[in-house]
Design a binder for this molecule. Structure first.
Ligand SMILES: [Zn+2]
Length: 79
């Protein structure tokens, strides 16, 4: 599951869960997601991040339990 902040043509921002990115693009292209405030189906992904203060949407590096976890292959073990 993936969550997107969406914005309708009236500027209402709301969040919606999708199965994956392709599902989100498909549903947005079909206009099958109405705005909960004005029911507009002119909805697109909002540039507004759900959480303010996080500049990047990338996930943090996974934690590594040590050599027994990944034999030193984890990004967290590099350097
Ligand atoms: Zn709206």
């Amino acid at each position: 599951m993936i969550r997107y902040a969406l914005e309708c043509a009236e500027g209402h921002v709301f969040e919606h869960w999708f199965d994956n990115m392709a599902d989100a693009d498909a549903q947005l292209a079909l206009g099958s997601i109405p705005c909960p405030e004005c029911a507009s189906t002119e909805v697109r992904k909002s540039l507004m991040a759900p959480r303010i203060g996080q500049g990047k949407a990338t996930a943090p590096l996974p934690s590594c339990a040590g050599p027994s976890c990944c034999a030193g292959a984890c990004p967290a073990m590099a350097g």
